[in-house]
Design a protein around this ligand. Sequence first.
Ligand code: F6R
Ligand code: MG
Ligand code: MG
Length: 365
Amino acid sequence: MTKTTISVIKADVGSLPGHIEAPEQLIQVCDEHLNKAVEDGIINDYYLTRCGDDIEFIMTHFKGVDNKEVHKLAWDGFKKAADKAKELKLYGAGQDLLKDSFSGNVKGMGPGVAEMEFEERGSDPIIVFCADKTEPAAFNLPMYKIFADAFNTAGLVIDPNCHEGFTFEVHDIKKGKKIMINTPEEVYDLLSLIGTTPTYVVKRVFRKSDKEIAAVVCTEKLSHIAGKYVGKDDPVAIVRCQSGFPAVGEVLEPFTFPHLVAGFMRGSHRGPLMPVSEADAVIGRFDGPPRIIALGFQVCNGKLVGPKDLFADISFDNARQKANDISDYMRRHGPFEPHRLSAEELEYSTLPDIVEKMKDRFKDI
Ligand code: F6R
Ligand code: MG
Ligand code: MG
């Protein structure tokens, strides 16, 4: 049977004002590009969205993950949008396109990618998450709760198809290594790694009983690709739901807790991850707080039905209020940790220069 592929590819190719929002002019360019790709049969279907200064292409096709034609399509679309951004002198025009020309796969070239391929079930609900002003490890805590915490996901206890647990593929993004960890039996090992967010990132989750793909997160780190800070690694993720996977509500539940993530102002501060509607995915105070949207689709014969804007629901109002309160509290720390990231994690830093400039003035205590 033909397998369906969901490819979510994103990039920040310019925004206004500053790093606040990818404007309508860029969305239009991308929409025309993707529309033509459907006509040309490169993809079956797409939904175009933005979260803050990032544009996301949510595409379906039958060509499998890492497909050259689909990746080139995304690259060319972002390139066209970047050209438009340059014409309008938008801020950060073309910032995530780190190479001059496409070379087979967008991975390592700047855009972020989350893709999964599966044989469609009788009905296949998925949720696509898109975040801005944060990093891939922002998904570590929610992925743990969704797939390994019985206080979040009732199905782990009472659904026979979830009960055996899930396997986490964790990447060490500094060393470029990966490990598979089974839950529930290795939950403490898993937590010890993925609680260390600057290093370990949940990449994929599989249902343990049949190794069926359940979730995928984009883990590209722009600074690792370019060797220096060049922009933010605002991540996307795809999660499959229902009938042996966590229910839609179980997948959304972790986001009622606006946990602290890195990425607020200059990618160098921690702030709460605020769940918002598509309309509110516009960055506000202090280039934040970090934001996330959740779009629900039904996958139908290789096409997308939907989306439903899931965080638009009033049941996330408390989380938004909490995120605003936490932002007030964190901001009061100004340049102090733990609001500011540790010296090793900072994306901008004057510290080495200051230590150098003052080194002769340091005396023994
Ligand atoms: C970008 C981001 C922003 C910028 C900040 C400074 O996504 O997180 O907080 O880091 O606006 O930007 P530059 O260095 O471009 O002036
Ligand atoms: Mg930007
Ligand atoms: Mg961004």
